[in-house]
Design a protein around this ligand. Structure first.
Ligand SMILES: Nc1ncnc2c1ncn2[C@@H]1O[C@H](COP(=O)(O)OP(=O)(O)OP(=O)(O)O)[C@@H](O)[C@H]1O
Length: 465
């Protein structure tokens, strides 16, 4: 097993800057409240780089979608499809419908790929009749996808999209929408209580499918939901990660599916510079975090911790120390969670402490830094092991669609060092070391990346890091 030391870049080596260092004409691309952080990425350059996951040769018009949907894409300033959109869409919208298992790196536009397919299956003459169901693991992600459906479908006049998340569906009316986006537990309850007529559903999408089908987690609920749906339903499974043990089950869940898969080494996003901070001991992690505060607020940042309790505790201490931070986790009540995330999207709050509840799918383009305060682990007690999938999803909250970002993972002892080392080995990546004893260098390394998002004329894309 290679240790982390062998994956450290030399101190004088500049952090890898993404091929994404270029400019986006950042027309606000979706209807979600989002901040105006002026990231500049030359998307057109990236989209013509054959090695980029954003590369494509076609246009949306060539994909044969309806005029209303193409107008929606235009309004969102989506000029060209990304690779996953270009490859998956023709297979998903064709007839007779076929199942799909699709993998693509974080932030590369999987949502639009499945939303476009769902919309293409809707008969808008029956707007209150559920025809497409999209499942996601958290209320936040379900709401976000609901907003994307609304944006892409903004010119489909009859479209109704509803969130099936706790507290959202009226008991008297039940579900009355053509597209339903929900979490599996709530969807299951609604179907059982006969408040959700699934008889005419044509397509089932499962986002973050490896997580959703995992038998240790939401797998059972998703299996039960599927059991209640029409047998002929088209099933689309999407994620950035599909560990082998889930893949076998996914293939049974979505039989005879077309598949788009990535190699393990292709999974990391080049725009994200992955760093680690060698903290002297566990207690000092907190001091290091506070010292990073200035860098965290250049853009927006997400701090991932293991438990709700430590999230609360870190917030309490940071606020007492004069820093402005918010915290969001599963113990908060739904409406409160919605406000907290809306505030973060809009830039009203810039540093968000959270747990794995927000590790997947959340798309806030201003996030320039992700901190793994605790290295993600799976399993319990002595059986704990590093969790490479959660690591990838967590750091993927930055570097969205060609933007650049930094992730900093805290290590402080042999165990955390080894865990991160195994994750680095899993993806065959090098991590850049930061030292709490040299803040000038730390600041330089981080700022070089974050500020590099404003293109320099003499920029030469660095090699794979
Ligand atoms: N063709 C496109 N042109 C421009 N922007 C796009 C295009 N497709 C998607 N985007 C934007 O890219 C961002 C990331 O997309 P999305 O959230 O779908 O990523 P994802 O692949 O689902 O990532 P994750 O694995 O983290 O869930 C979004 O802000 C979205 O609006």
């Amino acid at each position: 097993m290679a240790d982390l030391a062998s994956r450290i870049t030399k101190p004088d080596e500049a952090p890898p800057v993404a091929a994404a260092e270029a400019l986006i004409d950042e027309g606000k691309s979706h209807g979600l409240v989002d901040s105006n952080y002026d990231v500049e990425v030359k998307l057109s350059d990236l989209q013509s780089d054959v090695d980029s996951p954003l590369y494509s040769v076609t246009s949306f018009e060539q994909l044969g979608l309806s005029k209303q949907i193409n107008d929606g894409l235009l309004a969102m300033n989506f000029k060209k499809p990304s690779k996953i959109q270009e490859k998956a869409l023709p297979l998903m919208v064709s007839n007779p419908p076929r199942n799909m298992i699709a993998q693509s790196q974080s932030g590369t536009g999987k949502t639009a790929a499945f939303v476009l397919t769902a919309l293409s299956r809707v008969d808008f003459s029956k707007p209150e009749q559920p025809q497409a169901l999209i499942l996601a693991p958290s209320r936040e992600l379900a709401r976000q996808i609901q907003a994307v459906v609304g944006m892409i479908g903004q010119f489909c006049k009859e479209l109704i999209v509803e969130a099936a998340i706790p507290g959202a569906v009226s008991r008297e009316l039940g579900v009355r929408a053509s597209v339903v986006v929900g979490t599996p537990g709530t969807v299951m309850d609604l179907i059982k209580r006969r408040q959700f007529d699934v008889s005419q559903l044509k397509v089932l999408v499962i986002d973050e499918a490896d997580n959703m089908l995992d038998q240790q987690g939401l797998g059972e609920q998703c299996a039960r939901v599927k059991g209640m749906l029409p047998k002929s339903i088209q099933i689309l499974l999407f994620s950035a990660t599909f560990p082998e043990k889930v893949m076998a089950y996914a293939e049974r869940y979505a039989p005879n599916a077309n598949q788009i898969k990535l190699q393990q080494q292709e999974l990391t996003v080049k725009g994200i510079s992955q760093m680690y901070m060698d903290c002297p001991d566990e207690q000092k992690k907190y001091d290091v975090l506070c010292q990073l505060y200035g860098l965290m607020t250049i853009g927006s940042s997400v701090i991932f911790v293991r438990t709700r309790e430590s999230a609360n505790e870190i917030q309490r201490r940071m606020e007492a120390d004069g820093h402005k931070v918010s915290v969001l986790h599963g113990a908060h009540e739904g409406a409160n969670r919605d406000t907290l995330l809306d505030d973060f999207r809009s830039g009203r709050s810039k540093v968000l402490i959270t747990t794995n509840v927000l590790a997947r799918g959340i798309d806030v383009s201003s996030v320039s830094m992700v901190i793994n305060y605790d290295i993600p682990m799976k399993g319990v007690g002595r059986d704990q092991e590093p969790d490479p999938e959660t690591y990838l999803h967590r750091i993927g909250r930055t570097g969205r669609f060609g933007r650049v970002g930094v992730s900093i993972s805290f290590v402080y002892d042999q165990k955390s060092f080894q865990a991160l080392s195994q994750i680095a080995e899993h993806y065959d990546i090098d991590l850049i070391q930061l030292s709490p004893d040299d803040w000038d260098m730390t600041e330089k390394k981080v700022q070089d990346v974050i500020k590099s998002s404003r293109a320099k004329p003499d920029y030469v894309p660095s090699a794979q890091h």
